[in-house]
Ligand binder design. Structure first.
Ligand SMILES: C[S@@+](CC[C@H](N)C(=O)[O-])C[C@H]1O[C@@H](n2cnc3c(N)ncnc32)[C@H](O)[C@@H]1O
Length: 248
């Protein structure tokens, strides 16, 4: 299946995940008429995209991803070391989780977080098939991935942040889970690039990523722009912060 057809398939199966009980205040979000790929909720001038359903999980394991995303190039840029504790937020089937697991080794840990129980089930099958014993699957919530505070050296989000229904709350919770000096990496398909065959709401510009990160206690470190279709925008939690703070 080529990428345009694959994406059309995924959007047909996109989920409307019910809101959690006890939802946080909505004041930072604006309701709009939902576009075909969106949930009708705007955050910092961006409509949030619908979540990719587990029905489309095969797309995440497609062989052509190696050429389209160059995962090894991305992971090399992250400088993962044996013994690190890392998180794959919105892990899907664990395409990146097991690649990170190989790099942090048996003495390291990968928390693989997703909100769809079915995706967690698929991820667990993949990790068992690949004997990736250092990957811990975590069923996260819409506003919090549920990771231990100040425990993570690096959190990776590949093609997921634009789907967070509560991006502000999720980022605040991820910052709390980072160790002081820990890094957070947004990998998003490049917006406005005609060579990237992905629907607009499933892409983000580097400027938008940086705008949304700027309201949290995160320092921009660098942006890898040499991936075929994506940018990897890297931030750091300042070393002086033990819990994580946000700026409203
Ligand atoms: C397009 S898939 C990408 C999966 C994986 N990162 C990859 O690149 O193969 C997006 C995933 O993010 C998950 N997701 C969406 N919102 C989430 C949230 N608030 N917390 C955790 N996972 C989330 C979806 O369930 C889906 O599995």
């Amino acid at each position: 299946m080529n990428s345009k057809f694959a994406l059309a398939f995924l959007l047909l199966h996109a989920l409307a995940i019910p809101a959690a009980a006890g939802e946080p205040a909505k004041s930072r979000y604006t309701a709009v008429h939902a576009s075909a790929d969106g949930i009708g909720k705007v955050y910092l001038d961006r409509e949030i995209a619908r979540v990719m359903s587990f029905h489309g999980a095969d797309w995440l394991e497609r062989p052509e991803r190696i050429e389209e995303e160059r995962p090894e190039l991305l992971l090399s840029a992250l400088e993962l070391k044996p013994g690190m504790t890392v998180a794959d937020i919105g892990a899907g089937t664990g395409y990146y989780s097991w690649r990170m697991a190989q790099r942090v080794g048996a003495s390291g840990t990968v928390y693989a977080v997703d909100i769809q129980p079915e995706m967690i089930g698929l991820l667990e099958q993949q990790m068992s098939r690949r004997r990736a014993a250092n990957v811990k699957a975590v069923l996260g919530g819409l506003t919090d991935p549920g990771l231990p505070p100040a425990s993570v050296d690096l959190a990776l989000m590949v093609d997921v942040y634009h789907e967070f229904e509560y991006p502000y709350e999720m980022l605040a919770a991820i910052v709390r889970a980072l160790k002081p000096g820990g890094r957070l990496v947004f990998v998003e398909f490049r917006a406005g690039d005609a060579a990237v065959p992905i629907k607009a709401l499933h892409t983000m510009s580097e400027a938008q990523v940086r705008k949304e990160a700027a309201v949290h206690a995160l320092e921009w470190v660098n942006t890898a722009r040499d991936l075929p279709w994506q940018n990897a925008v890297v931030f750091r939690k300042p070393s002086g912060l033990t819990k994580g703070a946000t700026v409203d």
